[in-house]
Design a protein around this ligand. Structure first.
Ligand SMILES: [Zn+2]
Length: 605
């Protein structure tokens, strides 16, 4: 029988849309899941959305929707974002799923039957933002430091309580013993132990005033506290899905540091009370900051996964997220740094090696070898040291190959020269090993490399990772000007639109050109939006002038802002009379970005 491996991400709370923060947990868990599949194990990878509670209710009211409608609208944004990032989750759980609700009721009933649940009056400060009661120690200036002051209220309720304190000695014992410890990494284990030893109070597990939740089975006036309901998802999915029961207990819960207490203490105690086996391990990671600032919705500095994928492609986005994965410490990221890493690691290093090998060794026979993982690599992944695992691969196989090629300069040697043949065999071998090891990070790119090395070295179609050039870099290198005139009219995709700082009638538009990178255009047209596929006339291209005749487009400045070419209207392209708006192309052409339009759309100029 195959070894079983069950891994989860937290289920994401749906009062916000997916960001690079939730993507980092999801990508990390995906890398681990894919690696375990590569190791021949049977894997169950679970992610999903947390849909109950007061905050969701509030967000729905703000959006003018019923709560269920609101949930049905937001939940797919998560599942779609994960699809976009090629996340290989086996199931997407939603806590509003009736099957989950049923298991939650069953688990709560078991806890009740263990004599661990009792009714009591609770009074205290409560943060609506966190959906939890706060001790005075946790407040700053009389309010929760994570949320605006008005979110902290004084609440007095009759609630059902769980005897959390009863399980604290057992939890301390488990965590202190290396054999049974389930809290990783080490720093988090220490943190949890200190908090446990400082004294733990019982917790309330029901809400009288919150209607959007699962009723307490024996007292339906109360709903189950959203956190208690959410935690049970990891277990419930294995119970209501067919053939998944054997996956419990979970091997690994991957989570962010803000929810460690819930997972390392409350969740474990709930399971002990319900007499269900506890999970094998929990891994807690740090946060991203963006360009030195805390990531927040109000600052508007989060990076949505779809924006990353639009700029870097799927595999490179996964790579960039995994490489910067925050282990014990927070990690500062930013689009600018992502571009640098992309160019350095993927375009100029790995991608370059693939291009070089496919050119210099074309036709060379490749012996099929069984590939095995390096222990050091596996060990790094098991400890979620994803950045180090990537560095390991680059150092061991990619950097050396490129350095050797630079040193030997095989293009100066005869194809049959033993020195060249030996070097190429070395590089092919290294590339195959790198592709195998990077597969969990970049499944599609690895497959492309394997295809190039299948049987005999074949040609790489296009670039594995085209270099991203800024408009400025492109004009400096003269790369754009060197293109043929027929290639001056290309397919572009609008990435970003902003106001011109000095002219109300003009907009500044970033256009993705594929291999030439993102270029900046100034335009007067208003009929464009982000994501539109448009005709881009590069400097040197010619269009019909609305004043008659033909004009050559130059790069230049419009009211002080650089413009690299132009977006063309129907009239300018010679396909119609209108010259007030931009000619928008079929969305399907987005995957032809950077290519000459003439190949796909009939346009005469
Ligand atoms: Zn709060």
């Amino acid at each position: 029988m195959k070894k079983k491996f069950y891994i989860t991400t937290p289920i994401y709370y749906i009062n916000a849309e997916p960001s690079v923060g939730s993507a980092c947990t999801t990508v990390a868990a995906d890398v681990v899941a894919r690696l375990h599949r590569q190791l021949g194990e049977e894997v169950f990878y679970l992610t999903g959305t947390d849909e109950h509670g007061e905050k969701v209710d509030e967000s729905a009211q703000k959006a003018g929707l019923s709560v269920q409608e609101y949930c049905d609208q937001i939940a797919p944004k998560f599942s779609e974002a994960w699809k976009l990032l090629n996340i290989s989750n086996d199931f997407f759980i939603r806590t509003t799923d009736k099957r989950h609700e049923k298991v939650v009721g069953e688990v709560l009933t078991k806890m009740y039957e263990s004599g661990d649940v009792y009714k009591d009056k609770y009074e205290g400060y409560y943060c609506i933002g966190c959906e939890s009661f706060k001790t005075e120690k946790e407040l700053e200036d009389n309010h929760c430091p994570m949320h605006p002051p008005e979110k902290t209220v004084w609440k007095s309720e009759e609630n059902w309580f769980f005897k959390l304190s009863k399980y604290v000695p057992k939890i301390i014992e488990l965590i202190e013993n290396d054999e049974t410890n389930y809290v990783f990494p080490e720093g988090k284990r220490k943190e949890i132990l200190a908090k446990l030893k400082a004294g733990v109070r019982d917790i309330s597990i029901s809400r009288e005033s919150v209607s959007w939740g699962i009723p307490i089975p024996w007292d339906t006036k109360h709903t189950i506290y959203v956190w208690i309901d959410a935690l049970i998802n990891y277990y419930s999915a294995t119970q209501f899905l067919e053939g998944k029961a054997d996956f419990w207990p979970a091997n690994l819960h991957v989570l962010g540091k803000e929810i460690l207490w819930f997972h390392a203490v409350i969740w474990q105690a709930m399971l002990m009370s319900a007499k269900i086996e506890i999970p094998i391990s929990t891994y807690t990671h740090g946060f991203y900051t963006i360009d030195g600032q805390k990531m927040s919705k109000s600052l508007g500095n989060t990076i949505p996964p779809k924006e990353m994928v639009a700029e870097f492609g799927v595999d490179a986005s996964r790579y960039l997220i995994a490489k910067s994965f925050p282990n014990e410490n927070d990690v500062d990221i930013g689009l600018g740094r992502f571009r640098e890493t992309y160019n350095a690691d993927l375009a100029n290093n790995l991608g370059n090696l693939v291009s070089r090998v496919s050119k210099l060794a074309q036709g060379m026979k490749v012996e099929k070898k069984t590939l095995a993982f390096e222990h050091e690599f596996i060990d790094l992944i098991e400890r979620l040291k994803l950045g180090e695992a990537i560095e390991f691969v680059l150092n061991k196989w990619i950097n050396v190959s490129n350095a050797k090629i630079n040193e030997v300069a095989p293009w100066k040697l005869d194809k049959e020269d033993p020195k060249r043949v030996e070097l190429m065999n070395f590089c092919v071998d290294n590339l195959a090993k790198a592709a195998w090891h990077l597969k969990a990070f970049m499944p599609e790119a690895s497959e492309k490399i394997e295809k190039v090395l299948d049987g005999e070295v074949g040609q790489m179609e296009g670039y594995l990772f085209p270099r991203i050039l800024t408009a400025e870099q492109a004009s400096k290198t003269g790369q754009v000007e060197q293109k043929n005139a027929s290639e001056k009219l290309i397919i572009g995709v609008i990435k970003n639109i902003s106001k011109h700082p000095d002219a109300n009638t003009l907009q500044v538009v970033d256009v993705d050109t594929g291999t030439l990178g993102v270029v900046q255009i100034v335009t007067g047209a208003r009929n464009i939006k982000e994501g539109d596929v448009v005709p881009l006339v590069l400097p040197g291209g010619r269009v019909n002038s609305p004043k008659g005749g033909i004009v050559k487009i130059e790069k230049g400045k419009l009211r002080g802002v650089k413009s690299f070419g132009m977006l063309a209207s129907e009239l300018e392209l010679g396909v119609g009379e209108d010259h007030t708006g931009i000619y928008i192309l079929d969305k399907k052409l987005a995957d032809k970005v950077g290519q000459a339009i003439g190949k796909f759309v009939e346009i005469k100029i």
